[in-house]
Each structure stands twice: as structure tokens, then as C-alpha cells.
Ligand binder design. Structure first.
Ligand code: AR6
Length: 170
């Protein structure tokens, strides 16, 4: 698998699937989630609502992932995952790793060969990028997936630098 890093906007990526840093409701929010629903249009939300009512009436658990259409985005699918909120007193790295592994399982199920990830949990969920980046890189590298290209799409320079350090150290 090839892992690349770019600075940019996840909604503009021309890949098979983009990953959404969602919340358990799957009904939208700010950050990556807001941008994906805004640019992808209502088809994504409709499918999320259906998934909620059929499979996850209590919400998608942290560390889980589901796949929907990408609506009007250049990608074909959106994989929605729920990252952990950072905690100083509890190690939630396993949940953050699970987001990546489960997302790649959904990608395998639909046959996506290229997947773009944002820096899950490093925004509203306050995970320090220097902790999140090595977890994300290790989880993706060890996932045992058929996905050939993983692209981390980082919005700001500090997060990009943290991922660059983690990739170099891996
Ligand atoms: N493209 C790429 N990265 C982005 C974009 C974008 N368009 N917008 C923000 N980022 P966040 P979380 C970066 O908050 O921490 C939502 O309300 C951002 O700078 O999107 O997992 C959900 O509904 C940060 O580095 O996700 C949840 O309630 C990273 O993406 C909650 O936020 C993740 O920031 C999830 O929080």
C-alpha cells in the first residue's frame, strides 16, 4: 500500500472513497462532516438516515464505520466513522485505530482502491495531532486491506507536519 500526505480539502479529492470524521448520530455536524454534507448534497444524509433507522437506532458506536454514496462529491463513496473525543485520563488510541481499520474494511467491501482520510478526531474532538498521527499511520499500514492508495488530507500545516513526522518515523 502507498501512503501519501497532502494539504487540502477532503471534499475535493478524486479518489474512490473519502472518509468522514462524523459523530454517532450520522446526521451531520461541523468541520469535515459539515463540508462533506454541504458539498455532497442531500443524498448522503438520506442514506445516513436510512442506515440509522435500519442498523444503528442508537447511533454508530465510536470506532465504527459505515459507507454511503458520495452524492455530488468527486469520490464515489463516503465512509463515515466516529472518532473518539480525546481524554487525558483514558487511552482511546484503540478506538482511533479502529476508525481507520473499520473504514478500510468498508472500502474493501465496496471495492474502493483509493481512500482519502482526514485527521480524524484532531478538530472538535481535540486529539493532539502528534498523538493521533502515529496511531493513524500504524493502523492504516497494519490493516491488511486491498486498498492500494491511502491519502491523508490535512487541512492545516501543524497537522500536516505531525503526519509527516509520523510517516517518516514509521
Ligand atoms: N478537509 C480536510 N480536513 C478538514 C476539513 C476539510 N474540509 N475541515 C476540517 N478539517 P473535525 P473531529 C480538519 O472537527 O475532530 C464534527 O462536528 C480539521 O482541521 O472535522 O473528528 C462532527 O460532526 C482537523 O484537523 O473532526 C463531529 O461531531 C480534522 O479535519 C466532530 O466534529 C478533524 O476535525 C468530529 O470531530
Amino acid at each position: 500500500m502507498e501512503i501519501s500526505l497532502v494539504r487540502g480539502d477532503i471534499t475535493e479529492q478524486e479518489v474512490d472513497a473519502v472518509v468522514n470524521a462524523a459523530n454517532s448520530s450520522l446526521l451531520g455536524g461541523g468541520g469535515v462532516d459539515g463540508a462533506i454534507h454541504r458539498r455532497g448534497g442531500p443524498a448522503i444524509l438520506e442514506e445516513c438516515e436510512r442506515i440509522r433507522s435500519v442498523s444503528y437506532p442508537d447511533g454508530l458506536p465510536v470506532g465504527g464505520a459505515v459507507v454511503t454514496t458520495a452524492g455530488r462529491l468527486p469520490a464515489r463513496w463516503v465512509i463515515h466513522t466516529v472518532g473518539p473525543v480525546f481524554s487525558k485520563s483514558q487511552d482511546r488510541s484503540g478506538l482511533l485505530a479502529s476508525c481507520h481499520v473499520e473504514s478500510l474494511k468498508r472500502a474493501d467491501e465496496v471495492g474502493a482502491e483509493s481512500v482519502a482520510f482526514p485527521a480524524i478526531s484532531t478538530g472538535a474532538y481535540r486529539y493532539p495531532p502528534e498523538l493521533a498521527a502515529p496511531i493513524a499511520i500504524a493502523a492504516v499500514s497494519g490493516a491488511g486491506t486491498s486498498v492500494e492508495h491511502v491519502r491523508f488530507v490535512l487541512f492545516d500545516s501543524a497537522v500536516h507536519a505531525a503526519f509527516e513526522d509520523a510517516l517518516n518515523a514509521h
